[in-house]
Design a protein around this ligand. Structure first.
Ligand code: SF4
Length: 484
């Protein structure tokens, strides 16, 4: 799989693993989640036997697998270890099926049809059949996004969905054959292949060698990547013209309206401001309720009525700002393992009052409010009434202001420091939403009261900063209009 993404990645994986950047806590948490789902998926095939051993203990793992394959009393093998022509695989589940086997590749996802997953199964299929096994069916087992958890033990036959990949695996057989030959030739070389960084470094997976490969690279000033939503066609057209920097884009080159504004701001070194900014800001009604939710997205539904990967808001911060500048803060953080949705929704409704815009930055809070209204039917009317009061600051910024320091992004983490240089998240332990969700999940799972309390304090500080950022940003934009 590494070689299909990039030959250099494969070369590094085999010979220069030490060049990889260690996985971040968030990435590690994603891997751990995959492991946990894999273990649960094994229970869907009862009576199976696990082939243990450490990842590097290949020979004993292969020998143990051989024994299990030959034992007709074994209905399934978990983590079967097989090798063929130098390609070694651990198969999540092999299920005995008559005179052969079914191959099951487990993914912590809901998309069994994703090509990269099917490819993973196809490589295993190639190894297994090459090693002499008869494979009747190959499939990708994922979580079923339509499963609604009724509580109690999971019904594994309903929680998981098996997407068939047999035909894909068979079709890919010849291609994988050739690819493996090519990889052997690559790995026989003394020097690594020369490959430059590009989009392939992030697709289908983020490559752990990116820091190494990009080290010391001279990046152009104002790279064309800073053009908002630059599509492949325009990127290629610019590359064909030899243009790497926004400064060098020909004046007659066709850009979108936002991209053109970015170009003007970058070339002039001055922010761009629409004459309608003040009018757009005046649409927000006082008192302003600056609202931010934090949510986590567990793969396995923890509470009845939930589906796999459903987002669960566990925290909000709310700054209520009066026209005279008075600011009052409200917050809620669910500090226990029970379902946070109802207490959070009730606390929110109590803090919101009846009038004034609810200022948000992105459509996320609308999605959360609609989901809460769906899940708590008795509170649906007042929650949907809140959704009606939402006022999104993000499109206002996107359509009416651009500062060269935004670097092509309208994320509040990029926008705020450009307009309010002293503000930011730099000093905080938790500095983004993903880290917040991970910290929350880990705190809930911990029995260490001190760790839990300090994590909860960090979460409050982070979420509060998010709503303060909106207060600061809106104030800065109003200031620009008054000054202009
Ligand atoms: S960072 Fe990019 S070029 Fe370097 S090994 Fe990874 S995918 Fe290949």
């Amino acid at each position: 799989m590494a070689g299909l993404q990039c030959p250099l990645r494969l070369y590094n994986d085999v010979y220069r693993r030490d060049l990889a950047t260690p996985w971040s806590d968030t990435q590690q948490a994603i891997f751990d989640r995959g492991t946990a789902i894999g273990e649960l998926a094994q229970q869907r095939y009862p009576g199976g036997v696990l082939v243990g051993f450490k990842p590097w203990e290949r020979a004993p793992a292969i020998a143990a697998t051989r024994k299990l394959l030959d034992d007709p009393a074994v209905p399934a093998i978990y983590e079967a270890a097989i090798e063929h022509r130098g390609v070694f695989v651990r198969v999540d589940v092999l299920v005995r099926n008559g005179d052969g086997w079914d191959l099951v590749e487990v993914k912590a996802s809901t998309q069994a049809e994703k090509e990269v997953f099917q490819l993973d199964a196809a490589i295993q299929y190639w190894v297994l059949t090459g090693a002499g096994l008869k494979i009747h069916r190959a499939g990708v087992l994922v979580l079923n996004r339509d499963y609604v958890y009724p509580g109690g033990e999971y019904d594994l036959s309903a929680l998981f969905r098996l997407g068939d990949a047999t035909e894909f695996c068979r079709d890919m057989h010849g291609q994988i054959d050739q690819q493996v030959d090519e990889f052997h030739r690559l790995l026989a070389r003394e020097n690594p292949p020369e490959i430059g960084i590009g989009d392939h470094c992030f697709s289908p997976y983020e490559c752990p060698y990116y820091a190494h490969c990009s080290e010391g690279m001279a990046l152009p000033r104002n790279p064309i990547d800073h053009l908002y939503r630059l599509n492949g066609r325009r990127r290629e057209a610019l590359q064909d013209l030899g243009v790497e920097s926004i400064d060098d884009i020909p004046a007659d080159f066709e850009l979108t309206a936002i991209q053109e504004r970015i170009r003007q701001a970058v070339v002039s070194g001055q922010p761009w401001q629409s004459p309608d900014l003040a009018r757009a800001l005046a649409e927000a009604q006082w008192p302003l309720h600056h609202l931010d939710f934090e949510a986590w997205q567990p793969a396995l539904p923890p509470y009845p009525g939930m589906r796999p990967f459903q987002a669960i808001p566990f925290q909000f911060s709310l700054h209520v700002e009066q026209a005279d500048g008075k600011l009052v803060h409200h917050e809620y953080l669910h500090e226990e393992s029970s379902d946070p949705r109802r207490p959070l929704a009730e606390a929110l409704l109590e803090a919101m009052g009846e009038t004034g815009s609810i200022v948000v930055y992105s459509s996320y809070e609308r999605t959360m409010l609609n989901a809460l209204a769906r899940d708590l039917p008795d509170l649906a009317d007042p929650l949907l009434a809140l959704a009606d009061r939402l006022w999104d600051l993000l499109p206002v910024v996107r359509n009416h202001y651009y500062h060269p320091d935004f670097q092509g992004s309208f994320s509040i983490k990029r926008v705020l420091p450009a307009l309010v240089p002293d503000a930011g998240w730099g000093e905080l332990e938790i500095a983004d939403g993903q880290a917040a969700a991970l910290a929350y999940e880990q705190a809930l799972a911990s029995n260490d009261a001190v760790y839990r309390d300090s994590t909860f304090e960090n979460l409050k500080a982070y979420c509060q900063q998010d709503t303060l950022a909106m207060v600061g940003l809106l104030g800065a934009l109003r200031g620009l209009c008054e000054a202009g």
